[in-house]
Design a protein around this ligand. Structure first.
Ligand code: UDP
Ligand code: MN
Length: 501
């Protein structure tokens, strides 16, 4: 029933060794997974609304489920496959295509072939060389024979009734791309965690071109009678979704120039919306996924794969907005290959502009072009810059300092028209002690800063103190303002007074 397996703390040395080995190879607790049935039962996480008779269409199109893997653990891969076989109505499940992306773990060779012989719906295709998940998915798609493609990771568990709510919106409108709610399977205990429909989030992204989750915007909420209805989402997380095969092909599938992992989810999200489709998260469909804290497999050495993928994405789909991503990487594009064919694809499809997408699909996103200043915040006396990561987990921590490096990243800040100093959803905030990052709240107060390019001071709105560097030059402090004090003098890059409110 998805209950956790907690190993005793004092396991014998032999077991401990196996547990450690499992973690090392998979970045999850393989030992615990091996203890659990590959047919384990799970709670039914669906809302009652989903179970009403007639909620979903009856004559649904068949789907091919494509599961790519590179060196997946045996019990985890099998549990994925069995959860699909056990919980999909057979009339809708045409086949499961396992794409082996050149794994070298021994159990994934003949042992897997032999095991899957018993299940005629399961087909295995193998990549002769390591392709990465994007080209591996494309390989699976080429072998698929059903009209709908469903992609899942190789460490998932489908729950009761997961498939019908995904296929129904596609049957009604084949330009709809749908994602299940992704529940969390604990990487340590394999406990299945789920929340009800009111906890559903939608996908977004930031200007590092990183995917993130958000609460459902009130405008979208207002379109619904019930929280379990499908929710429009600006982006998808990427691993788990269903799409009409013909629509996927019309959209030019994925950019096959994308390597290993990453960026493909945004590519598909942007072009779905910009080229006439709709992207939805379907709260009646729940699939569990093991989220890992690190990537267990090898990436290519010497290349920043994710950055290269993201540049290809920006070049083709972001129009003039690509500069906001490039600012984040210090305009260091490197060799990203040839994208002319992808640009031609976009032209032929006559897709809408990225501006249209931002205005209509993701109006909540803060656009750096609206900022009064953007770039580094440079202290004139010390040559240090305001420097901090600004992911959700960095909130509530003091903002740091580092010698200015001109490479964007943790030194890239924006001064918004509303007087926030922000990156993505994190705002500099002063409540009397340290200057910290705090989720932007948009109501000025502790997040209101006034920058003057004449005096080079950054004055805090409610306390009227000045942002400064401490005497020992080690940290940011707030001081009584003094025109003579160099440690209070800052230069905000790319300041444009015309943009002030
Ligand atoms: N994968 C693959 N080839 C690769 C990298 C990943 O086939 O080079 C598979 C991997 O086994 C998994 C899926 O692609 O089933 C997604 O990768 P991962 O789970 O690492 O991504 P995450 O869920 O962490 O975003
Ligand atoms: Mn995964």
């Amino acid at each position: 029933m998805g209950k956790p397996v907690v190993l005793p703390k004092d396991v014998e040395a032999q077991v401990k060794k196996k547990v450690d080995e499992g973690w090392k190879n998979n970045a999850f607790n393989q030992y615990v997974s091996d203890m659990i049935s590959v047919h384990r039962s799970l709670p039914d996480p669906r809302d009652e609304w989903c179970k009403a008779p007639g909620r979903f269409l009856e004559n649904l199109p068949e789907t091919s489920v494509i599961v790519c893997f590179h060196n997946e653990a045996w019990s985890v891969l099998l549990r994925t496959v069995h959860s699909i076989l056990d919980r999909s109505p057979p009339q809708y499940l045409k086949e499961i295509i396992l794409v082996d992306d050149n794994s070298d773990m021994p159990h994934l060779a003949k042992q897997l072939d032999d095991y899957m012989e018993q299940y005629p719906k399961v087909r295995i295709v193998r990549a002769p060389k390591r392709e990465g998940l994007i080209r591996a998915r494309l390989m699976g798609a080429r072998h698929a024979t059903a009209p709908v493609l469903t992609f899942l990771d190789s460490h998932c568990e489908c729950t009761t009734g997961w498939l019908e709510p995904l296929l129904t919106p596609i049957a009604k409108d084949p330009l709809t791309v749908v994602c299940p709610v992704i529940d969390v399977i604990s990487d340590d205990t394999f406990e299945y965690h789920y929340r009800d429909s009111t906890g559903v989030n939608v996908g977004g992204f930031d200007w590092n071109l990183q995917f993130n989750w958000h609460a459902i915007p009130s405008k979208e909420r207002a379109r619904h009678q019930h929280p379990a209805e499908p929710v429009r989402s600006p982006t998808m997380a990427g691993g788990l979704f269903s799409i009409d095969k013909a629509f996927f092909e019309r959209l030019g599938t994925y950019d096959s120039g994308f390597d290993i992992w990453g960026g493909e989810n945004l590519e598909l999200s942007f072009k779905t919306w910009m080229c006439g489709g709709t992207l939805e998260i379907v709260p009646c469909s729940h699939v569990g996924h093991i989220f890992r804290k690190r990537s267990p497999y090898k990436w290519r050495s010497g290349v920043n794969v994710l950055k290269r993928n993201s540049i290809r994405l920006a070049e083709v789909w972001l129009d003039e907005y690509k500069k906001y991503y490039y600012e984040r990487i210090g305009f260091d594009l490197g060799d990203f290959g040839d994208v002319s064919e992808r640009k031609r694809l976009r032209e032929n499809l006559k897709c809408k502009s990225f501006k249209w997408y931002l205005d209509n699909v993701y109006p909540e996103l803060f656009v750096p072009g609206d900022a009064v200043a953007s770039g580094e915040v440079h202290n004139l006396a010390t040559g240090q810059c305001v420097d901090s990561p600004a992911k959700p987990e960095d909130n509530h921590k003091p903002v740091g300092l580092w010698p200015c490096h001109k490479q964007g990243g943790n030194q890239y800040w924006m001064l918004s028209k509303e007087g926030e100093i922000r990156r993505d959803e994190a705002c500099m905030d002063y409540a009397g002690s340290d200057v910290i990052l705090y989720p932007c709240h948009g109501s000025k107060g502790n997040q209101y800063w006034e920058y003057s390019p004449e005096t080079n001071r950054i004055i805090h709105g409610s306390s009227k103190k000045c942002l400064a560097i401490s005497q020992d030059r080690k940290k940011l402090v707030m001081e009584d303002c003094s025109l003579e004090e160099g440690r209070q003098k800052w230069k905000f890059e790319n300041y444009d007074p015309n943009k002030k409110l």
